[in-house]
Design a protein around this ligand. Structure first.
Ligand SMILES: Cc1ncc(COP(=O)(O)O)c(C=O)c1O
Length: 382
């Protein structure tokens, strides 16, 4: 038996990978499971996206290796998208790099900028991949608190008091925030850029939820001096229901992107041509797309609020995104609670603790289920 690399002992199998095995086993035993756990969009992408990939199959260059930086038309579409929706001007030649999903970008950025022993500021609660990738590259996660009493925003004064920031190289931020759905105000972006400047930190804003039930999409790159210290990740997974296509992008200063390309060009050989063609169509969608997508999520969210109330939870009606983050009654533990609901009502909900210790006492409902399923869940709980 060949022993595995030491780095493998720093991470565990992804929570959903483990838990879904259990959930699927219950299904096989005939349990009528309603899955409100995972955020995988169940709706279809725009039809023009599907036509574009189908039509592209007979193009002469469709099946070749593709450029490491993506088609120029794709980078142009990404630049136009950022200009239209965020009022951010980016050079399609030097300031945009298409990715196979933003998740791979987290690894590429970490490999490009972190040495063993460097510190990485990670939100608690936050997307678990920031932590596992940090550990896989031998860097050290330093968690910063997000608390409901601070509207799930970091307290920079506290952070500077309580953390040794001398070795910190990267700070992950993610607004609109997953799992809480918090939207950050303008002041937060100004403050985080100042903080990054003071401590010479690269701030990466992971921004895949801007267009889901959110009226004010914001990019960190719009703020003064952002390009010196910040990168932004975005993704087509949630905005266009294209999670399985694996299309994302990283944007920022060309010198930073050159370093990321050094890693990425050694790991893959370009994104499939047809996927790029479909992505261009998605990025060029008119406002009607966003309205119709959000009208579906709005109906689902109203029902999930009802479900949360039926489970004696409270929630914030101003939160955005593809999830409802709900607070359990006092002293109730997240994992025990979701296990009980899974056992008694065959409803799978994500426990807040998978996003960090500050998620204790909370649960996360996904809006990626049809209204009929959510109605059925309400009926079971009531
Ligand atoms: C906060 C956050 N960042 C990144 C991702 C990864 O998205 P992608 O499909 O673009 O890799 C997710 C996916 O769930 C997410 O929740």
């Amino acid at each position: 038996m060949i022993s595995v690399a030491d780095r493998l002992h720093t991470v565990e199998e992804y929570y959903f990978s483990r838990k879904l095995k259990e959930v699927n086993l219950l299904k096989e035993h005939g349990k009528p499971i309603i899955n409100l756990g995972i955020g995988s969009p169940d709706l279809q992408p725009p039809s023009r996206v599907v036509s574009a990939i189908v039509d592209s199959m007979h193009d002469a260059t469709a099946h070749k290796y593709q450029s490491y930086q993506g088609l120029p038309e794709l980078r142009q579409a990404m630049a136009d998208f950022y200009k239209k929706h965020f009022s951010v001007s980016l050079s399609p030649k030097t300031e945009i790099l298409p990715l196979m999903g933003s998740k791979e970008g987290i690894m590429h950025i970490s490999m490009a900028f972190l040495n063993e022993g460097d510190g990485v500021l990670i939100p608690n609660p936050g997307y678990p991949t920031y932590t596992s990738v940090t550990k896989l590259v031998g860097a050290t996660p330093l968690f910063y608190d997000l608390k409901e009493k601070n509207n799930w925003l970091p307290d920079f004064v506290e952070l500077e008091k309580t953390h040794d920031l001398s070795k910190v190289k990267i700070m992950w931020i993610n607004y609109p925030h997953m799992p809480t759905g918090t939207v950050a105000p303008n002041k937060f972006y100004e403050d985080v850029i100042e903080f990054a400047k003071r401590h010479n930190i690269l701030v990466v804003n992971d921004n895949p939820y801007s267009f889901i039930l959110n009226q004010f999409p914001r990019s960190i790159l719009k703020y003064k001096n952002a390009k010196d210290h910040c990168l932004e990740l975005n993704s087509l997974s949630k905005t266009f229901n294209m999670a399985g296509w694996r299309v994302g992008m990283v944007m920022g200063k060309s010198e930073y992107l050159d370093s990321i390309i050094k890693v990425k060009s050694n790991m893959d050989s370009g994104m499939f041509y047809g996927i790029q063609k479909g992505a261009i169509e998605a990025l060029n969608c008119s406002d009607i797309w966003y309205l119709s997508l959000n009208s579906v999520y709005e109906k689902r969210r109203t029902l999930v609020w009802e479900l949360a109330e039926a489970l004696n939870c409270t929630y914030d009606k101003n939160a955005t995104g593809m999830f409802v983050w709900a607070k359990l009654p006092e002293f109730v533990k997240s994992e025990e609670f979701i296990d009980t609901v899974l056992k008694n009502d065959s409803i799978f909900i994500a426990p807040g603790t998978i996003f960090g210790s500050n998620g204790e006492g909370y649960i996360r409902f996904s809006l990626c289920a049809e209204t009929e399923e959510i109605e059925e869940a309400i009926a079971r709980v009531k």
